[in-house]
Design a protein around this ligand. Structure first.
Ligand code: DLL
Length: 436
């Protein structure tokens, strides 16, 4: 694989500033952001007043913990624009979550917000090793989802030529990679696997393609999956994180030279980790729920937003800004099976270590009697795997899960292509248990 380490002089000075400089900037921006939210969004005014706090009570970064949290239902309750802090004519862009689980959450951006978003995504693409003049195959979905257009904005800012292919039409994805020879690809890790399958269908060798780096995010994925994808394509695979409520992709990004977790662009997004049960902040290094406060956003300031994503904060390495560890999963996706907590990423790790299996899987939950049951649907690595070998691989996966996670599961190993493929975010859990 190519050495893609960016030259230090090309970085924004704040990326390698001292912690003191970063924290001074954060404090002044945080004061602005709290005042901006309080003065312009009735929801925040009421929430702060009810909690007995005022933006003037913030004297240090740790004072932020006195302020109330914001949760997803607050955004839904204020559908569509009541969380906006600027008049409608200053809103330059709208995005929204898919809303498959209820009312969509709507977010807005001023032109300054879009410029800042472009800056942090450009930084992220550069951290992945891309540079002006490169070409990027952008297979994140375009539309209300922030993935496609957010990456596009950053690529424009960095001077990278975007192929705005969006998700879907997998044969065409492969053809354009072959014909246009992009340096990088942005895509969900699960859709990257579908594209990988399609290389094989077309009799092409993915290791021979032009891609030097894949920038994967929008869903959890493991280091085991990283190794699988890097080997399959002979390219680097790095992690990008974000959420529409906070901005979109580019809230944090892994550096290609270290691949040791994701640097949070702390000059725009202030992170905290809290104990999800008590809401109390925990120290850096301790696992918990990630909470973000925006520092510069004009149209849609967000104060102490509970992401439900579980991770921990680590000190800076390749950049001065703190890192977050790869996200284990969302607290919503945690399966509680007979008292044991399980995340799909834990299943992914065991699956990737089991020979004979493809990296595709879905978890089906049911409750035929009084006991919850988990069935894992996966498939053989290739068509040459015999029925006996498939059954043996299934047993091995089940035994591996029992040993490392401590739960019993049934495993179905189907033929190649039997597990539903993703074109965006993978659906890992199908819950058929009766709703209580
Ligand atoms: O998924 C933004 C995005 C687009 C990020 C493209 C990266 C690449 P939402 O649709 O609002 O926004 O979903 C946000 O997706 O709270 C996490 O649960 C999950 N997520 C995003 N990135 C990662 C990642 C976009 N790298 C939600 N690892 C977040 C794990 C991720 N989970």
């Amino acid at each position: 694989m190519k050495d893609l380490t960016p030259a230090k002089p090309t970085l924004d000075p704040i990326e390698i500033a001292s912690r003191d400089e970063i924290e001074a900037l954060q404090l002044s921006r945080l004061k602005w952001s709290l005042n901006h939210a309080y003065d312009n969004v009735p929801f925040y005014k009421k929430a702060f007043d009810d909690a007995g706090v005022h933006p003037d009570d913030l004297h240090s970064l740790s004072d932020l913990s006195k302020f109330p949290f914001t949760v997803k239902t607050d955004l839904r309750d204020n559908y569509p624009f009541a969380m906006f802090a600027v008049p409608r004519d200053q809103v330059a862009r709208i995005h929204a979550s898919s809303g498959t689980t209820g009312q969509p959450t709507v977010v807005g951006y001023t032109q300054n917000d879009l410029d800042n978003w472009g800056t942090v995504v450009a930084r992220s693409l550069r951290a992945a090793g891309l540079k002006r003049g490169d070409m990027l195959h952008n297979a994140y979905g375009y539309g209300l989802f922030t993935g496609g257009l957010g990456i596009h904005l950053g690529a424009d800012t960095l001077g990278v030529a975007t192929v705005p292919i969006s998700g879907g039409m997998t044969p065409r994805q492969v053809r354009l990679i072959e014909d246009f020879k992009p340096n990088g690809i942005t895509v969900t890790p699960s859709y990257a696997l579908s594209i990988l399958d399609e290389f094989a269908n077309q009799g092409l060798d993915p290791r021979a393609c032009s891609l030097d780096v894949g920038i994967f995010g929008a869903e959890p994925w493991t280091n085991a999956m990283r190794v699988e994808i890097e080997q399959a394509f002979d390219m680097h695979a790095v992690d990008i994180y974000g959420l529409s409520e906070v901005m979109g992709p580019g809230v944090s990004m892994e550096c290609v030279e270290t691949k040791d977790g994701l640097h949070i662009w702390e000059d725009h997004f202030f992170p905290e980790i809290i104990n999800p049960e008590t809401g109390e902040p925990v120290a850096d290094g301790e696992q918990g729920e990630l909470v973000f406060t925006s520092l510069t956003k004009e149209a849609f300031p967000i104060i102490r937003y509970r992401t439900r994503d579980l991770t921990r904060l680590l000190p800076g390495t390749a950049r001065s800004m703190r890192r977050m560890e790869k996200v284990t999963g969302r607290s919503d996706d945690m399966i509680i099976l007979r008292g044991v907590n399980v995340f799909p990423t834990q299943i992914e790790e065991v699956l990737m270590a089991t020979p004979g299996l493809a990296p595709h899987f879905q978890i089906e939950l049911s409750k035929p009697d009084r006991m919850d049951q988990m069935r894992i649907l996966t498939e053989a690595a290739d068509d040459s795997v015999s029925d006996d070998a498939r059954a043996a691989a299934g047993k091995a996966l089940s035994a591996g899960i029992k040993q490392s996670i401590g739960i019993s599961s049934a495993v179905d190993v189907g033929p190649v292509g039997s597990v539903a493929r993703s074109e965006g975010k993978a659906v890992r859990i199908v819950d058929n248990r009766p709703k209580s």
